[in-house]
Design a protein around this ligand. Sequence first.
Ligand code: DC
Length: 223
Amino acid sequence: MTAPVVVAIDGPAGAGKSTVAKRVAGRLGYLYVDSGAMYRAVALWALRNGTGLEDWHRLEQLALAADIQLEERTDRVYLNGEDVTEAIRAEGISSAASRISTVPGVRRALVEKQKQFALSHSVVMEGRDIGTVVFPNARVKIFLDAAPGIRADRRHRQLLDKGIENDPSETEREIRVRDNRDRTRAEAPLLQAPDAEYVDATSMDLEEVEEAVLRIIRTRTSH
Ligand code: DC
């Protein structure tokens, strides 16, 4: 049996990682793993049960205890058996997820769960530290980026599509704060792995990004 392939896609918020990773996984028949959804699920649990986001010990306990299931075909996310797909996208969760993701114990717990996915399946996993920390030996690493204005605009429209009203300048500010925290945290900050391929999606449409990513995968997986 050939070893499972890992395609790691990292990059800042709003660069289009989820959409592209999902489509590419579908094309290749690989498992799609949204690692951000796992941080969001733990953040949701913490907010619901009143855990302070500065209570690192308790946050680590939650991350260890969380039963997080990512349903393959439907992209639904379950936390302790409850479908939280919509709840983890609600207002306030992005920022809370970014805050709890600075906690080393939370990261350790979730990285362990992320590694499990690739034991028996080839995966396309997207996040911030997939090519640097979770799978430093991944066969394929992509750093997907886009200009900040484009990312903020995309996020603004995504929220509107879901019926969530949002002020574009406030959404842009939220993305900047979050990116800055994700890039400057001490533990596993967002950065491009030296052996990752940089893709700038600023002036590309979805199909072009998908093709670029598939090209990189073909190149890196052909012997
Ligand atoms: O990808 P996302 O926007 O759903 O992620 C939410 C937050 O989770 C993000 O701001 C930082 C954190 N995160 C992380 O630290 N490491 C990952 N691999 C994925 C997400």
